[in-house]
Design a protein around this ligand. Sequence first.
Ligand SMILES: [Zn+2]
Length: 602
Amino acid sequence: MLDMRRRSFITSLAAASATRLRAQAGVHPRLFLDAQRVASLELQITTTHAALWKAVRQQADSLAGQNPSVYRDDPTPNDEQLWQRDVGNAMPFLAMAHLLTGDVKYLNGASRWAVASCGYPTWGKGTENGAGLATGHQLLGLALIYDWLYLSLTADVRDQIRRTLIARGGTMYAAARNTAYWRTTYLQNHLWVNVAGLAAAGLALRGEFDATVWLDLVRQKFQSTEAALGPDGASHEGSGYWSYGVEFMLKYWHLAADAFGETTTSPWWNQTAAYRLYMALPRASWSSASTNVDIADCPRNEWYGPDYLLRRLSSLHRDPYAQWLGGELDRAGVTANTARWLNLLWYDPSVVERPPDALPTMRHFEDLGLVSARSGWDGSESLLVFKCGPPLGHAAVNKFDYDAGCGHVHPDANHFVLFANGEWVLRDDGYAWKQTDQHNTLLIDGKGQLGEGSQWFGALAAIRPQANPVILEAASTPGVDEIIGDATAIYPSTSGLKRFVRRLLWVKPNFLIAVDEIETDMPRRLELRFHTEFPCVPGENGSLIAQGKKTKLRISLLTPDQATMSYSEAAGKDRDGNAMSLHTVKLESTRSSWTNIMLFSW
Ligand SMILES: [Zn+2]
């Protein structure tokens, strides 16, 4: 009976969805916008959205005066031809500017960029051709030109775009269904970008080409992602890829809401703006080169937005803090302009900005195992971020026995970073080779944690044993914050590790004590590393001093009877495996039981 009812409910949902799609056939624009929305946007760009429109129009002006990239065949990393992403990103600016002004220069620009994109002989090389990020971006850009400018394009250009969308969309569909490595990586940006592009292509063609199987597949991919996202809003890919992934997920869900009446279902969405807020550096330090914590594969600045992403999240969840952060980043001039046309669609002035002054200074993202703690919200505070959790988070541990999107994770359990007086003092390695020795944590006999040792995180090594580091405590009081992590489980059994528990006591704002309790099966060569942003010199009483531009960090070993402390330039590897060096403080001890206590003061 229940099954029958469910079946009839699903049938009626499908019928409603089909009716909605049939009603859209032949009507343009239909992607993100319809005639009514365009009319209201024409008014908004003279009032509430005037400043946002000015920035979009300037970018469209610039693009209209440029020629699109000429196809080039030189080798690119992983055969991805990522320069084509910029071509895909350019097209919506030109299409939107023509839609809102009727100015023919934008139409001509849009046609020129679209024809160039259609003419590229490959969209990615090898197995990437038609099945990677270059395709995801270009499908979306072309779909918007096709849909938004449908009646204005010449018949030739329109036909060329239609044929390209059908052919390239078909290749992407086959990859997403059968062959691409990312087809079941429900927690990874490649899947989201690629099938969001496929959705836009399918919806733009509706009425002229039957894309039902494409759209059904895309819906299934995003529904599986909804079921896989953890509950805490954090991203294992780091803040940079968070922006990238969220942009394409939000694009898809906007299209899906209009086309199918479907919305997100995961609790992750209601929390994820807070993840970006707590990964924000103290705002007095923001520059175009530095805005956020760079744990995992992450730049220190922005790749995508995130102003328009935060505004969309603010609008969907009536979140005044997300609205504030989006506004502050925008006003500071530190956002990335990649898709800022989305500001026009996603800024909702009915949500009033609220600064985070009254929010807790500590937030524990319990699923991923990430704690952000700061000494205040005045913009010049100190910031401590600590990580100790399974690669994809606790919720994913029992869900996946394969790599569902670990590539950008770092082998960094019990690692922490510190930012003070407007600059980094203890640092992450950023977008780099996956090595534990590039993090502020423990090595045993020179080796690190499961998953290390290659360009991309070795997910199977870490997932199959279900190695689950865990945060045992994250407590904040006005004077002292305490964080405790147990990373024992993420070390290989051959390490002989029986216990690695780290306790951080932060006497705010400028004294941090780190207590590490380590036990192994027999005496082993144990080493704790701390990487400083600036080089160290000897200080008084055996301490080390890392002198920054604004901050003097003093590093003191409080248990000198158990270990030796030294400083050197340690060898590391960047994201492509090239040599780089790191300013490294080493604590070394050969024993089976070691309690090490450090004091960091600044
Ligand atoms: Zn790292």
